[in-house]
Structures are given as structure tokens and as C-alpha cells.
Design a protein around this ligand. Structure first.
Ligand code: URA
Length: 211
């Protein structure tokens, strides 16, 4: 449906698991993607190489939401393809999700200079995020890091308190995790990341609520 040529397998545009192009979901998604890709609502459009929209299956069971693209993502046009992305992909395998069962996107769609999260950009991207959520209809949302959690649940406590336990986005279960970059850089967060992943894995394989 939606991947770029750099993304492997059935998630590539027109791939085996994609709905046909006449499917109403696909038509709406293609149109939303075009709108996001041509966005000039904030100054980030001047410095971006690619707008980073999504990678994953149509209607994923679990949707991972990160903060904003970094250098590797800006270059490729796909979310989480750098070091954090490799850590995330490993985690996705560890919790037992296969291709087509998950999707990945960011709150902010263009790379902020210096990789600083910009609230103004998040505000401008917000309608895109909400429309992506409506179209993708995930059964479970997993936020990655403090900014993604705050974007989905502004009432949540700090991410180090909230991570690893179920919350809600409307009626959809929301499971916060630390950002995978934290797990890469700080030993104490590496241990916490592993603990929270086990909790996510149990949540996903448990009774209703885990999607
Ligand atoms: N960090 C994020 O939050 N998103 C990406 O796509 C890559 C790194």
C-alpha cells in the first residue's frame, strides 16, 4: 500500500497483502499520503529531503508512534530505519508481531534540524496524525518516547512512570514505551526497555484489551 521502494516485502506499493487500488481505504490513504507529502504548513518543509509518512501493513493490529524523523528517515522517507529503527524492529520481532501486523509512523512528519522535537510542527501535523489513526484503525497503539505519549495522552505522567502499562486513547488501548534510542544509550533504560517489552508481549498475547 504505502512503503517506498527501499522497504522490503509485501508492504511495498501494490504488494501482495495490499488492498486493490479501487479499495476505498486505499484511495483515502493515497490521497492522505499525497496531502502529507506536499505539506508546507511549517518551516520544516524547507529543510526536509523526504516527508516521512508510514511503513507497515494496511490496518495494522499494532501501531507504533514515534516522535519525528531523524537523518536516516529523512534520507529514505521511511520511519525508524536508523539505529533506533533497528532496535525497534528487533523489539517488534521479540513481541511476536509479523509483517502486516504492525505499522510505524511519527507525530511529526518532517525532520527537525538538530533532531529537536518541535511542538509547533507537532501542532501542524496533528490533523494528519488523527486522519492516519482513523484510517489505519489499529487495535493497539504503542507510543515511543515522551513526546509521542504526550501527543496521544496529554494527561499521562512522565514516560518513565507511564511506560509498560496500559492506558487508553479513546477506546483504543495505548501502551507507552520509552523511546528505543533511550534503550540504546543508557544502561538503566536498556533494562527498563526489556522489562516493558515483556509487559507489552504479555499484553498482546493476553485476553481482550490486547487487540
Ligand atoms: N526517532 C523517531 O522518533 N522516529 C523516527 O522515525 C526515527 C527516530
Amino acid at each position: 500500500m504505502d512503503g517506498r521502494a527501499t522497504h522490503p516485502g509485501p508492504l511495498r506499493s501494490g504488494g501482495a497483502s495490499s488492498p486493490s487500488s479501487s479499495d476505498p481505504f486505499t484511495a483515502a490513504w493515497v490521497s492522505l499520503r499525497r496531502e502529507i507529502e506536499s505539506c508546507r504548513r511549517c518551516p520544516l518543509h524547507r529543510t526536509r529531503r523526504h516527508v516521512v509518512v508510514y511503513r507497515g501493513g494496511p490496518r495494522p493490529r499494532v501501531l507504533f508512534i514515534g516522535e519525528a524523523p531523524g537523518e536516516a528517515e529523512d534520507r529514505s522517507g521511511l520511519p525508524f530505519v536508523g539505529r533506533s529503527g533497528r532496535r525497534l524492529d528487533q523489539a517488534i520481532t521479540e513481541v511476536g508481531l509479523r509483517d502486516g501486523e504492525f505499522g510505524i509512523l511519527n507525530v511529526v512528519k518532517c525532520r527537525p534540524p538538530g533532531n529537536r522535537f518541535l511542538s509547533e510542527a507537532a501542532r501542524k501535523c496533528r490533523p494528519f496524525l488523527e486522519r492516519q489513526l482513523v484510517l489505519l484503525e489499529p487495535k493497539v497503539i504503542v507510543t515511543l518516547g515522551a513526546h509521542a505519549l504526550a501527543a496521544l495522552d496529554p494527561t499521562a505522567p512522565t514516560v518513565t512512570v507511564a511506560a509498560g502499562r496500559e492506558r487508553r486513547w479513546g477506546t483504543t488501548p495505548l501502551f507507552p514505551l520509552l523511546h528505543p534510542a533511550a534503550a540504546l544509550h543508557a544502561p538503566k533504560y536498556r533494562v527498563r526497555w526489556e522489562t516493558d517489552l515483556r509487559a507489552l508481549s504479555e499484553f498482546l498475547s493476553g485476553p481482550p484489551g490486547g487487540g
